[in-house]
Design a protein around this ligand. Sequence first.
Ligand code: FAD
Length: 809
Amino acid sequence: RARVVIIGAGIVGCSAAEHLTRLGWTDVVVLERGLLFEAGGSTSHAPGLVFQTNPSRAMTRLASYGVERYSELELDGKPCFYPVGGLEVAATPERWRDLKRRHGLATSWGIESHLLSPRECVEKSPLLEPGNIYGGFYVPSDGIAKAVRISEAMARLAESRGARFYGGTEVTGIEVKDGRVRAVETSRGRIETEVVLSCAGMWGPRICRMAGAFPQLLVPMQHQYAVTTPVPGLEPESEESDHVILRHQDHSMYFRQQGERYGIGSYRHRVMPVDPDDIGRSGEGMPSIMEFTSEDFRGPWEEARRMLPALRQTEIEHGINGLFSFTPDGGPLIGPSTAVRGFWVAEAIWVTHAAGAARAVAEWMVEGAPQVDLGGLDVSRFDEYARSPSYVMARSSQSFREVYDIIHPMQPMEEPRPLRTSPFYPRQRELGAYFLEASGWERPQWYAANEPLVAGRDIPERDDWSGRYWSPVVGAEHQITRETGGLFDLASLKKAEVGGPGALAFLQRMTTGQMDRPVGSVTYTLMLDPGGGVRSDITVARISRDLFRLGLNGPQDVAWLQRHLPEDGSVWLRDISGGTCCVGVWGPAARELVQSLSPDDLSDEAFGFFQVRRIHVGEVPVLAMRVSYVGELGWELYASADMGLRLWDLLYGAGRPLGVIPAGRGAFEGLRLEKGYRMWGVDVTNEHDPYEAGLGFAVKPEKGDFIGRDAVLRRREEGPRRKLCCLLPDDPRVVVMGSEPVYAEGRPVGYVTSAGYGYSIGRSIAYAWLPPALAEVGQRVEIEYFGRRYGAAVAEEPLFDPAMKRMRG
Ligand code: FAD
């Protein structure tokens, strides 16, 4: 028997054991089919370069925790981490510009970094030819992790607290009864347990299949790594490296010194996926290495010798096609299964992120929630279409190709598209919608048909970066929404129904708000994790005594609710996103428009703010909610997808004479920023409590118990650790994109979450997390954007219609 069985003793499994035992779960068994600790998985072959900076704050935090932990560890007197520093160089002007952005990102996420001239780069990486580069981005705390040593050192710590490690023990089955894990079957017998954590890396899909838990969400891919013959002038006795680790992203390559040799990694080759069932099948050699295909390395080798001319005096001594995991969005897979209780995964994790990911999963298992932002890590973030084998293969291949690409924050996936379309899609195409993709949905960003409306309006142009995926039409749609009205397609909103005799009690437990309100009420509320972090913000509409309609943030919300459903069957939950469409009809003319099509009384007396009613719009049965995310009078109109086109045509036709236009997501963003409406996952995550996020109004502790209640009350007592603030740049035309660092008195103090332009107030807007002492209105700060600082000040919010006259109108 064991409290928890971990499958796999690579760096992730060993680190998970260390963190679980550290948090008090000491009865841990780790099973590894290979030999401890050079077990034959990806860990055995990783050259261990740790570059911490990542567009994702969460990923960067996992990495910097890794650096901290790996630096403390030793194995038999040998270090586990060499802090040699990391250098990313630019071989193109575009990359050089992007490295300035990376410098901003690193600063935002709390990592010291410097931009270096070509000469300074050569001081750090002496084999570089300075004539080939524009400059470099240098992080002194990056370095080389000895992955196998770390695994063993972590394992020893775990063993000292009671964990047991068994090598040469293959897991052959997972016993599941009544939807719960009961035992693990191995080549050496059976172990009873109620909790299994799969850290089987690229074999994860096989383990998941044994449990009947997740479909295959990762794809093992070959990746080339080669080592040169000795480089003249390098010292044979230097154990690891005196040179920094080096990235040459314009050619998808990286380099590290390995004593007197150089190691070269390349992603610049064809995508070579491998079936997890085929890995290690032959039983010979190291299962995670395949034969080096030298023809794939020809181009990279040439480029390596161009960038580092000293390598012209060397040959490739040996190379491997090593295997590790890629996922549809490049992120790791962490968290519990909803289908099989007690089954957890921590897979598709780099050496760089292993300790951080292990800490997150251990906190989640023991304490009910990780401290780090879960958004991009949670294994339940994938919708059902995104779990299909063809999607997983297509997107994972793309994440392999893009591993070092410059990715704009709004860049949509190109393939496979279109995947999900709302019933309005044919009309939107006729109107020249420019579509971006969100959760698989084709989502209009603006409509070319509105181009003539731009004339005569003050819509400032944008720079090359913030002007991508943007058009001046966005500004016109924004202003016209406030002048007359806009029709917004809200297809990408996650919608669910919760019903049954236990539904009210269930929602009371899951949310911070009072759900016991009259039928016909809509409530904006929060779901917290047990530590009081904001797990999501949602709307709950009470349709009848035992039936509620929920507006959610994504599949991870559905999974979270499902995992908490009472086992007595008194509550059911149904994701209705696919079959339900929704139009937001917002603006001063919204009432006149919808009323002209409906026999129902839509006056303020009959249909008040934050109310829900079943009405007809023409022939279309509609669930109408009087709410608005853009701060205008109006409704979200929900209908079944079969009648969606009719709904659109009616609204569009009746809206035209009133000057109501279809408006896209670009306008929506600016409108919500003017109103200060937070976007979960961008402005607020589970790392924040409601009070610091400005969402304290949604917490009603007097209603009784709910998940996170004690913790959130404690958090309120303790006061905010930081505050989400509204910033107005001095130059109203400087528009940033989010994730930029914020400085006060020359020091980095916070970072921007979302940003955009308020076309009604004629100002650029940025929201940012700042220390409480700097959160006062009028506080001067600077925002750094591509290496330049722009003055800004904390502003009173909301910026538009603070008395909410328009929505209540
Ligand atoms: P693994 O190390 O693969 O461990 C999984 C373990 O599960 C294996 O030991 C396996 O034997 C065991 N297992 C599987 N099935 C069973 C079963 N049924 N029963 C019992 N045990 C089982 N990352 C970086 O951060 N920086 C780098 O520079 C870097 N470079 C890389 C270069 C190469 C060539 C390769 C191959 C990878 C590189 N990586 C790098 C990626 C990194 O190595 C992996 O992401 C990481 O090691 C994965 O660790 P893991 O513990 O999840 O998986």
